[in-house]
Design a binder for this molecule. Structure first.
Ligand code: CA
Length: 721
């Protein structure tokens, strides 16, 4: 598993003038600007005052502060039991759905897997237009974490989307036609975009992913009108002779050693950003290093700015303001790309302007967002890599046993690379002053693998990840399942203490919405959308969604009626790579049914009945297998296949479970798929540049052995996908 193949301008003015007079008024530029600029200024004001438009969900996190708190209370603790499906819409691609929809004056803009964009009537669910950016399916192999997309942005009658193959596209919000498109990455490298663009000050901000695949991270700002690049901030120095870089580049370079530029260094900005109008600051989270192993990346030393950091820059120029590094010299895939929330929080009798993040590394950070200085940090899940964060220096006190690249021994570390919290957004309630956080309990045995032989279609992390393919002993699998869990955590950021929790069978549950109705909404891997009491976590309502939900819900209202919407559709990295763990987490719903679900009190829509049936696995017991060939096949599978098709060749419900595949019956057919790429239009590229016929045949032998083992333990029935 080394391969972690892991319109309304007029409406805007009307709302601004009629409803938001107090919020919008007093800005002389509105009355002094020309008519076109007028509406733009008006829309900038609407975004800045998004909190005053509870009926809309104008921005990715609803407001620039990304709190994901809805001030609507039409759906509340009293009537939530009458919450019913209002409408549903099947999404165009059956892969992981992670998008946050945008709602502007009764029109919803959302994305689907493979970067499709849809405009929908928010009351009826009727599709208004569908924009397919036609991402080549062969791009899938460049991504670690499914063909997901986390949403579009909207500004000035334009919808913006970042596509998996690295384009940023502006679409006319009325017609759904493309206005401009720019390529934001070197498409010869393994860059992908899964994150939602952010918009402010006439600019569109976008990052990218690919840190497991040897790329160098950055965030860019584009002019929203022309698509012209305004600035780019590199998170990793370019190395000798590379003129690209970001001030303070000398200070940044001094924290790196070895020849990191050969591997790109990582530090991709693949998800979180937040904007603050008062100070014109863009805050963003930076990902892990590549390779993971610091020996290979940076000669085993140095903090490696700005890996695993929260960075603040001037939104107009991209100029550096400050950074806070959560995991100096990171070595465990501890991205700090997790959701960032800006809030004014009462702490010890004082109101502090804070920035909050719960990154993968398991600590909940509260920073002074004016200075970047750490206020507090406490672990919100079990953490073994560090004992605590020293408040004086702001640095973690690392447990030497976790430093696998120094000890040469296996280090069982919590959290694992999946994180104590992954991308699933949390929510901060203005009412309860609590953060609701999708937490997960994970561990992984890290072991250095200093044999660095980068391949184009696979990753080498400098870490032996073969342990992720669980041994066949059912007792071991049971133990690992028990040690892997997920829960919704209500966390008081002022005191850094847990207030309540809701347990789930496993990790990878959905993002969170909190509302003024005293409710917290979260979908679960188990196939439900749930509503909990914001004060005590009591389950007040559940809806069976027929598939795991990982996306965050949103809320909006039209004509005074409140709605809740969520994208349902099991997927993302967890079901792709963790095999039996993903099946356990999904608790009987390990199947992707990609749909947008919208609820209102007294809704009357119904989902169609499920039709998939259990089927038997074809038996291959007559084959005599060569042990050495199977062992080589495991190595091939582990590096090139397991990142998508699952540890131990157990599919997690999104991508075909190869133990069931008809292709493993025939050496010729298998070769055509694996080497020649006859299924590349469906995302399964040919690996002939990496693998020989012997490698392919060995992988087939390994898969036959997995089929035989499944028969041996009676694990031979799955939904027919
Ligand atoms: Ca990563």
């Amino acid at each position: 598993m080394k391969r972690f193949h892991f319109s309304t301008e007029l409406a805007g003015l009307l709302v601004c003038s009629a409803v938001l007079l107090a919020a919008c008024g007093g800005h002389s530029e509105i009355s002094q600007s020309a008519p076109v600029a007028k509406s733009k200024v008006a829309y900038e004001q609407r975004m800045a005052n998004a909190d005053a438009e509870p009926q809309n969900w104008l921005l990715h996190g609803r407001t620039f502060s990304e709190s994901r708190f809805s001030p609507l209370d039409g759906i509340n603790t009293q009537n939530v039991t009458d919450l019913k499906l209002a409408w549903y819409l099947d999404l165009p691609e059956q892969r992981g759905q992670e998008a946050t929809p945008i709602v502007v004056d009764g029109v919803m803009y959302t994305t689907s897997a493979w970067s499709h964009v849809l405009a929908i009537d928010a009351v009826t669910g009727k599709q208004l237009w569908h924009f397919d950016p036609k991402v080549p399916k062969s791009t899938g192999v460049k991504g670690c974490c499914d063909a997901v997309n986390r949403g579009a942005a909207y500004m000035d009658d334009r919808v913006f989307v970042g596509t998996l193959d690295g384009r940023l596209i502006a679409i006319d919000a009325e017609s759904g036609t493309q206005i401009w498109s720019v390529i934001t990455v070197d498409q010869t490298k393994n860059y992908t975009i899964t994150g939602a663009p952010r918009v402010a000050n006439g600019k569109v901000f976008i990052g990218n992913g690919g840190a497991e695949f040897g790329v160098r991270g950055y965030v860019s700002a584009y002019d929203a009108d022309s698509g012209e690049m305004m600035w780019r901030f590199y998170t990793v120095p370019g190395g000798p002779g590379d003129p690209t870089g970001t001030e303070p580049v000398e200070a940044q370079t001094a924290t790196w050693n070895g020849e990191w530029w050969k591997f790109g260094g990582g530090g991709t900005v693949w998800d979180s950003m937040a904007f603050e109008k008062e100070t014109n600051t863009l805050y963003f989270g930076v990902g892990n290093g590549t390779p993971w192993n610091p020996n290979l990346r940076s000669a085993g030393k140095g903090d490696n700015w700005f890996l695993s950091s929260i960075v603040a820059v001037d939104a107009s120029s991209g100029e550096y303001k400050w950074h806070y590094q959560t995991t100096p010299g990171e070595a465990w895939d501890y991205t700090a790309t997790q959701h960032i929330i800006l809030a004014d929080v009462e702490m010890a009798g004082k109101t502090r302007k804070v920035l909050m993040q719960a990154p993968k590394n398991g600590f909940f950070y509260v920073l002074d967002r004016m200075t970047g200085k750490l206020i507090s940090a406490e672990n919100f899940v079990n953490v073994t890599w560090a004992s605590h964060v020293d408040l004086e220096s702001g640095r973690p006190v690392v447990n030497p046993e976790a430093e696998y690249w120094k000890t040469g021994k296996t280090a069982l570390v919590s959290p694992a690379f999946l994180g104590g919290h992954n991308w699933h957004p949390m929510s901060y309630s203005e009412d309860t002053k609590l953060v609701y956080l999708p937490a997960q309990v994970t561990a992984f045995p890290y072991l250095a693998d200093d044999d660095m032989s980068p391949a184009k279609l696979a990753v080498n992390l400098g870490v032996d990840t073969s342990a992720a393919a669980l041994p066949d002993d059912p007792n071991v699998i049971e133990q690992v399942k028990k040690a892997t869990s997920g829960h919704l955590l209500a966390w008081d950021p002022a005191t850094q203490k847990e207030v309540w929790r809701v347990e789930y069978p496993g990790p990878w549950n959905g993002g969170v919405l909190s509302t003024a109705g005293g409710l917290v909404f979260q979908g679960s891997a188990t196939g439900y959308l749930n509503a909990y009491s914001a004060t005590n976590g009591e389950t007040l309502w559940q809806f069976p969604s027929q598939t795991g939900i990982v996306a965050p819900p949103i809320s909006y209202s039209v004509d005074g009626e409140q709605y809740i919407t969520v994208s349902a559709g099991w997927g993302g990295i967890f079901p792709l790579i963790t095999g039996p763990l993903a099946l356990d987490s999904a608790d009987g719903h390990p199947i992707n049914r990609s749909r947008l679900l919208t609820f209102k009190v007294g809704g009357s829509a119904e989902l169609p009945p499920t039709t998939e049936k259990l089927r038997d696995m074809p038996e291959l017991t007559t084959q005599q297998l060569d042990t050495k060939q199977v062992a080589h096949g495991f190595e091939v599978y582990d590096r090139y296949c397991g990142g998508c098709h699952g540890a131990g060749a157990v599919g997690g419900g999104v991508i075909p479970d190869l133990r069931y595949s008809g292709f493993i019956h025939s050496a010729e057919a298998f070769k055509q798929v694996v080497l020649d790429g006859i299924l590349s239009t469906r995302g399964m590229v040919g690996f002939s540049s990496e693998l020989s016929e012997e490698d392919a045949e060995a992988a087939r032998a390994y898969l036959i052995s997995r089929n035989q083992f499944a028969h041996k333990i009676g694990d031979t029935q799955r939904l027919s996908r």
